[in-house]
Design a protein around this ligand. Structure first.
Ligand SMILES: C[S@@+](CC[C@H](N)C(=O)[O-])C[C@H]1O[C@@H](n2cnc3c(N)ncnc32)[C@H](O)[C@@H]1O
Ligand code: SF4
Length: 450
């Protein structure tokens, strides 16, 4: 059953039964993409509003449920203008104090009775203080021996860090942000600070063998990123040959609108054509794991924790948790985070409990995005008849050619290439809405909070 399977096990079913390498010219007409975006934005505006709350402790774990732990490290040496994640400029004393509290929060969650099957450490730059990261991962593995997969995020320069070897055996999957190998694009997005495209390539080439899985993040949809540049980016990443590749569409949020929309982002009309280029180049040697993730083998570990883990608990400033039917958001203020953890209270400051229909729609989005939309999953896990409960949504997906019946397996829909594109567009909007929440909650922060 999906609920009790590990991330690696469930990914074996990724894109099972979906169309492979079908070279349809028109992925989706622009009006369909625009309508999908409008529909998504309407739904997100309606459902993603959060209520203030001060929670002293997370709810206890429920018998038979599987949880994933997310830990956030909100520090970077320099800040990239397009980035919408929760991060502050690195100050060593602040970061050290933060890591101490993060480990304390881990102990608090352990005392509540939680156990986890995987840990995702995201940032920011998780390797910003290698000794602190090592201590934190060692503690996690000691407290939660059921953890099978530890993922971390870092930048390309850290892949040449002399102490990177300390993470050997502790990190199963290292994810590196490359974005593009093109020097002009790197300069435009101020990523030349991590080296030229060639240097980035070489750093990763040397270090990737240290980890069972290395993932490379790429972004498409930058202004000036022509089809030729995108082709060349995809060819280079295939040549680098990491176990996994993630290709994000550039996301623009309320926080980055001014700095990114008019200067860094391409016109939205290019999205479908560029996505076609990505599918055509990567699926020759990679298996598609989700709308934007690709893996070398069919049984890859996978960073989209929201897909494989129904429930996850987030520790650290700005982390999100989804437990039962409720989304919890931790404080974005470092000062309040440190105060609260020092007083043995968790950092939650916002929450939202969802109705069953909202959760089903969210799972439908994840199913489309992951390319494994299964009637059996809804029946077994949510005790729901998918066709009846989401009649309008399923009919619309069929009518627009995003999904079709699988003649070999009545439990499973086939997600077409058009469905993968619409899944990518909807997930981009979902991430953007989450980023807008981050931006809203970061707005009132003062110097003392950072
Ligand atoms: C949170 S970052 C951490 C990675 C690491 N700090 C680095 O910069 O290489 C993870 C990934 O999110 C993606 N990302 C960040 N901002 C984005 C945006 N506005 N649109 C699309 N992807 C974005 C980038 O691909 C980045 O590598
Ligand atoms: S892209 Fe990475 S390095 Fe740049 S600000 Fe975001 S998290 Fe930090």
């Amino acid at each position: 059953m999906e609920k009790t399977a590990t991330a690696t096990e469930t990914i074996k079913n990724a894109y099972k039964g979906s169309e492979k390498n079908v070279h349809s010219k028109a992925m989706a007409p622009q009006w369909l993409i625009n309508t999908t975006e409008k529909f998504m934005q309407y739904q997100l505006d309606k459902t993603l509003t959060l209520d203030p709350c001060i929670l002293d402790v997370f709810p206890k774990p429920q018998e038979g449920h599987q949880y994933m732990m997310y830990a956030h490290i909100p520090f970077c040496n320099t800040l990239c203008s397009y980035c919408t994640f929760h991060r502050f400029l690195f100050k060593e004393h602040k970061a050290r104090e933060y890591f101490v509290n993060l480990r304390k929060e881990m102990e608090m969650v352990h005392a509540l009775g939680y156990n986890f099957t995987s840990l995702y450490v995201g940032g920011g730059t998780t390797t910003i203080l290698m000794d602190e990261l090592v201590k934190t991962l060692e503690l996690a593995r000691k407290l939660f021996p059921a953890i099978k997969e530890v993922s971390c995020e870092t930048d390309p320069q850290a892949m040449a860090h002399p102490e990177l070897h300390l993470l050997k055996g502790l990190v199963d999957r290292m994810s590196v942000g490359v974005q593009s190998f093109d020097d002009n694009i790197l300069k435009m997005i101020e990523r030349d600070k991590f080296g030229t495209g060639k240097e980035v390539f070489e750093n990763i080439q040397k270090a990737q063998e240290m980890f069972p899985i290395c993932n490379v993040d790429m972004i498409f949809g930058f202004r000036g990123q022509t089809d030729e540049i995108l082709h060349s980016d995809m060819d280079k990443v295939v040549q680098l040959s990491p176990r996994q590749i993630t290709t994000y569409p550039l996301m623009v949020t309320s926080q980055t609108k001014r700095s990114v929309k008019d200067s860094l982002a391409a016109e939205p009309e290019h999205l479908a054509r560029q996505y076609r280029i990505i599918l055509d180049t990567l699926t020759k040697s990679y298996t598609q794991l989700s709308s934007w993730a690709f893996g070398k083998a069919n049984n890859e570990g996978f960073d989209e924790y929201v897909i494989d883990n129904d429930e996850y608990l987030g520790i650290g400033s700005g982390a999100f948790s989804f437990l039962g039917d409720t989304l919890y958001v931790n404080t974005f203020s470092l000062r309040r985070y440190n105060d609260r953890i020092s007083n043995n209270r968790d950092g939650v400051e916002r929450k939202r409990t969802f109705k069953k229909a909202e959760i089903l729609r969210y799972r439908l989005l994840l199913g489309l995005f992951a390319g494994r939309l299964s009637r059996k999953y809804f029946r077994d896990i949510h005790d729901t008849n998918l066709d009846r409960a989401l009649f309008k949504e399923i009919s619309a997906l069929k009518l627009t050619g995003a999904i079709k019946e699988n003649p070999e397996d009545p439990n499973q829909f086939i997600v077409t290439d058009r469905g993968k594109l619409l899944g990518l567009v909807m997930m981009k909007d979902f991430y953007t809405a989450m980023d807008n929440i981050r931006a809203e909650l970061r707005k009132p922060l003062k110097e003392a909070d950072m």
